[in-house]
Design a protein around this ligand. Structure first.
Ligand SMILES: NC(=[NH2+])NCCC[C@H](N)C(=O)O
Length: 662
């Protein structure tokens, strides 16, 4: 029931945490039936060991109550709760054998095996090597020791085959959760807030932002949203490539070309052309090379003329980047390589004084601890710094000045070794302690065109993101017109719908794939309204939202109904949809571990297909033809609304904006 205080000790996600809790709680759980039987402890009992445990339990309950007062009910991770409960069961069944850590619980592969499965009995059998036991008897013993279940999480167990434990969820629990989704929304479990940085997007100045940067932007933004949603403090950082000797080259070239001052506006591709030209000159013309080097020195000393020229270059690029971010709904703090100039000087001294650098043909390099990896180039033979130098400086600044607990870098898979070596060298230099600071490189595969080759224009150039987005919007509009949607929408609504659809599709088709794999960019595929696409999901969402509208029932009424004892879930398809919704917390928790986002898309798709099944077999509104009288099934409407609430939350996390008409 709403407001009923529950003791949520079972919900622990992390295995060490679980183990500690098991150790702490198993005696308490043992004594719990006794506690419940004798509500008041006698004086004598107070002096006994048992009473101490009862006190402990009281404290635990009190903490839980207080926790709940502060934090409105949050969504529960069923897998994690079951895992903790099974860990307790195993600890009770086989005390002090250390096998509780073998417990794994996952969704079952088929409904005939229940909702979830625990297959620990086999692994425990192996670990215990006790000939008088077999996996089945182990499974029986685990089930017999399952702790009290304050949530009614489990309806029944079944020990099957060689020792699988099939778990059937309790309906009461499902009802309570759906009730809470409806009344309280989908609030994640409160956690200790961490300081987190996501370093993503990060295009390069004076170069076109390419599809790789688009992927980094899309994935990085979603990771940021997920981390924020979980309640952590987040810093989104755009580590743009805006520093280095190439800028001396470019400035020298531009000064030569525009003797009367730089133009007011310039497209990034023109800037990129100049960049290519300057590189040619640099490689072929000794005089130019000298001037380029002088320009670098002047830039590094921040001499006005050169510094202004550099600012002009950065600004030209920035205007272009910002247009893309605005369209995609991304806000990110620019803190490029140039930000670390002073830190780079310092890190070189630091590494030098620690004797971490070695001479190599005039360069100063740093080897990682791991064997077989290429070293970082910290100082080039011309004295300049590199990408490696900036990342070493950045990691020090991030750990020490920003005090971060968690740093995420989002780039293509081609940089996996770079980050491996950076993390390794940072540890070697004592800058980073990976037991305290979590560093994660989130990589992704290359983007392919419809011809399955690297995504390029026909002439072999980089595809301009602005043009790509424009094409997406045009295609989305065509799609809407093709379906005749324009007849039901004002021009304003159509504009909103086409943008939501275009950007939604581009984002979703990227996110729905395992990020490690290559990804085929196809407007035709992403704008398909069948299958796991944004179009399908957005339509489904709009349809769900329109049901309550048609029924003429307000959200307020639905909430009131959900609070009442009349609310129930009965039809098999209602239950199936509900159980699919309850998968959200476990998907969320897993994503926050490995930062693979596609399971969230899979879940959204499952929700929409379960919804369709439910909607096909369960009337929400029945109209009596002769009289025209409407009968509204409030239970089902609540379920529709809970589905909508969760889907909306998922769209928000993915940065996709559903519109009321589509
Ligand atoms: N800290 C970092 N290295 N962030 C990623 C930078 C990505 C780089 N500018 C590129 O375009 O590939």
């Amino acid at each position: 029931m709403a407001g009923k205080v529950k003791n949520d000790y079972l919900e622990l996600t992390n295995i060490e945490e679980q183990e500690k809790e098991v150790e702490r709680l198993s005696p308490i759980v043992e004594y719990l039936p006794a506690l419940l039987a004798s509500k008041k402890a006698t004086r004598a009992e107070h002096e006994s060991e048992q009473a101490k445990l009862l006190m402990q339990l009281k404290m635990l309950k009190k903490n839980a109550e207080e926790g709940l007062k502060e934090n409105p009910p949050y969504i529960k991770n069923v897998s994690a709760m079951l895992r903790s409960a099974f860990a307790i069961a195993v600890e009770k069944a086989f005390p002090k054998t250390g096998v509780a850590k073998l417990v794994q619980v996952g969704p079952s592969s088929h409904p005939r095996f229940g909702d979830y499965q625990c297959n620990a009995a086999m692994a425990i059998n192996k670990a215990l090597q006790n000939s008088s036991l077999n996996p089945r008897s182990i499974a029986d013993r685990i089930v017999a020791n399952f702790p009290i279940d304050p949530f009614g999480l489990v309806d029944k167990f079944e020990v099957a085959g060689p020792g699988f434990i099939n778990i059937y969820m309790g309906k009461e629990f499902v009802v309570e959760e759906i009730r809470s989704y409806m009344i309280n929304g989908v609030k994640p479990r409160p956690v200790k807030p961490l300081r987190v940085m996501v370093d993503f997007s990060s295009p390069n100045v004076a170069k076109e932002m390419h599809v790789g940067h688009l992927r980094s932007t899309i994935i990085g933004e979603v990771i940021s949203r997920l981390i924020e949603y979980q309640g952590h403090h987040l810093l989104r950082i755009n580590h743009i490539g805006d520093w280095g000797t190439q800028f001396g080259m470019l400035i020298a070239y531009l000064k030569e070309k525009y003797t009367d001052g730089f133009p007011d506006r310039m497209e990034v591709h023109e800037l990129q052309e100049s960049y290519k030209e300057s590189k040619k000159r640099f490689d072929s013309d000794e005089d130019f090379k000298k001037r380029a080097y002088q320009a670098v020195v002047k830039l590094q000393n921040k001499e006005k003329e050169h510094y202004d020229a550099w600012k002009w270059i950065c600004n030209t690029s920035r205007l272009e980047f910002e247009k893309i971010y605005k369209r995609l709904g991304v806000t990110i703090l620019e803190r490029g390589e140039s930000f670390y100039q002073d830190y780079m000087v310092k890190i070189v001294k630091f590494l030098e004084s620690g004797n971490f650098l070695e001479e190599d043909e005039g360069r100063k390099v740093m080897f990682p601890k791991a064997k077989g990896l290429i070293p970082l180039t910290i100082v080039k033979s011309d004295g300049g710094f590199t990408y490696d130098t900036s990342d070493m400086a950045a990691i020090k600044q991030r750990v020490e000045d920003e005090n971060l607990d968690w740093i995420v870098y989002v780039t293509d898979g081609g940089q996996a070794t770079h980050f491996q070596v950076i993390f390794d060298c940072a540890e070697r230099a004592g800058i980073l302690d990976r037991t305290k600071v979590r560093v994660q490189h989130v990589c992704f595969g290359v983007v392919l065109g419809e011809d399955k080759k690297k995504f390029k224009t026909r002439s072999g150039d980089t595809v301009r993101l602005r043009e790509l987005l424009d094409e997406g919007v045009k295609r989305a509009r065509d799609k809407l017109l093709e379906k005749g949607r324009d007849k039901e929408m004002t021009e304003e609504e159509l504009l909103q719908a086409q943008e939501s659809l275009a950007y939604g599709c581009i984002k979703y088709s990227d996110l729905a794939h395992n990020r490690n794999h290559e990804y085929l960019f196809s407007f035709d595929k992403m704008l398909d309204d069948k299958g796991n696409t944004a179009v399908y999901l957005l339509y489904a969402y709009t349809r769900i939202k329109s049901i309550a509208r048609k029924a003429d029932v307000s959200e307020e009424q639905l909430r009131d109904y959900a609070k009442s004892s009349a609310f129930e879930i009965s039809h098999e398809k209602e239950l199936k949809l509900s159980k699919t919704l309850l998968k959200f917390p476990e998907v969320l928790d897993r994503i926050l571990e490995d930062l693979y986002i596609h399971p969230l898309c899979e879940l959204m798709y499952d929700i929409c297909t379960s919804f369709t099944e439910f909607y096909d077999s369960c009337y929400c509104i029945e109209v009596d033809k002769p009289t025209g009288l409407k009968t509204v099934n409030m239970n089902r409407l609540v379920l529709c609304e809970a589905t909508a609430v969760l889907l909306k939350q998922c769209f928000d996390l993915l940065g996709i904006r559903p519109v009321s008409k589509m």
